[in-house]
Design a binder for this molecule. Structure first.
Ligand code: HEM
Length: 282
């Protein structure tokens, strides 16, 4: 049993047509297994977070009671993207596991919403947000090494508090970005295979082999999103993460939470040096 399904093209060539659908169950089980193992790790094995003391400059400014974290535009993007993502997952995979309905139209409409929202996000993040805040830097890796050494009992200095996003979030964003680009680029091409309002129907745009590879890449990245979405929702509802999740609704987090987990010199509360200051609410 392979991970791809094959067919013979009119030219007699053996071509892949899409992924084997048992991968849906593999992705679902991987997501649930990750969730259970992480919950056990936190309950029985993880140590209390310990951070190096704040640098002296960190406490020199007065902070507002609520620290802005996500602007209204960023929050709208997040929730529109989430709605599109769930619609895409359900419309793509329910018919494959036996719940039949006319899914293609809902799917390409949700796909178009996701594609446009990602385009908006790229422009917004590049020109209006703190672009580099989501990319890992050298300190993230140094601190990850210290955390791992301390977890395994090797002596190491405590890590610094986080910048706006911890390393794990940055890595997750990187994987989602790559998988997202894969489904969007292949999905836009695949719209030529079905009837949409955007492009003329043209199933001959690519060779059978190229179409097949496109469907395979779309399917692989698609099932990957099952696991990624389970992990994301799991972290969002973990009790210790609820203040972060709430900030994706209300836009801000408490000063106490910000100071407990974040280093004000790494996630700079913009404008504090010249007035009362507001944190970068990306
Ligand atoms: C996480 C997001 C997505 C998932 C999980 C997903 C999943 C899938 C799956 C499993 C299929 C069936 C492929 C096959 O039969 O081999 C499919 C088809 C399709 N998807 Fe997506 N997709 C996603 C995003 C998108 C996006 C962003 C677009 C458009 C920009 C899109 C457009 C399409 C189209 C046009 C088809 C072809 C339907 C057909 O040929 O009958 N998808 N998708």
């Amino acid at each position: 049993m392979g991970i791809l399904e094959w067919a013979t093209s009119p030219l007699g060539q053996r071509v892949p047509i899409h992924i084997a659908w048992f991968l849906i169950w593999v992705a679902l089980i991987a997501g649930l297994a990750f969730m259970i193992m992480h919950a056990i790790y936190v309950r029985y094995s993880a140590k209390e977070k310990e951070f190096a003391s704040d640098p002296p400059s960190a406490g020199a400014v007065e902070l507002p009671a609520r620290i802005p974290r996500h602007s209204l535009a960023a929050r709208l993007f997040h929730w529109i993207m989430a709605a599109a993502m769930f619609t895409l997952l359900f419309t793509a995979f329910l018919p494959k596991v036996g719940i039949q309905f006319n899914w293609v139209t809902y799917h390409w409409i949700a796909g178009s919403v996701l594609s446009l929202s990602i385009l908006f996000h790229i422009i917004h993040a590049t020109f209006y947000l703190d672009f580099w805040s989501i990319w890992p830097d050298r300190s993230d890796f140094e601190d990850a090494r210290k955390r791992f050494q301390r977890y395994t009992g090797t002596s190491a200095a405590p890590p610094r508090k986080f910048a706006k996003y911890p390393l794990e979030n940055k890595l997750y964003h990187g994987v989602v970005m790559l998988s997202g680009l894969a489904v969007v680029v292949t999905g836009v091409c695949m719209m030529f295979r079905v009837r949409t309002v955007f492009f003329p129907h043209n199933p001959y745009l690519f060779s059978d082999m190229n179409w097949g590879m496109m469907y395979v890449l779309h399917g692989l990245a698609g099932v990957g999103f099952i696991t990624l979405t389970i992990a994301h929702v799991y972290f969002a509802i973990r009790p210790e993460k609820l203040p972060i999740t709430a900030s994706m609704i209300v836009g801000s987090m408490s000063r106490e939470f910000y100071l407990k987990e974040h280093d004000p010199t790494r996630w700079v509360v913009a404008g504090l040096s010249n007035d009362r200051g507001i944190a970068n609410g990306d």
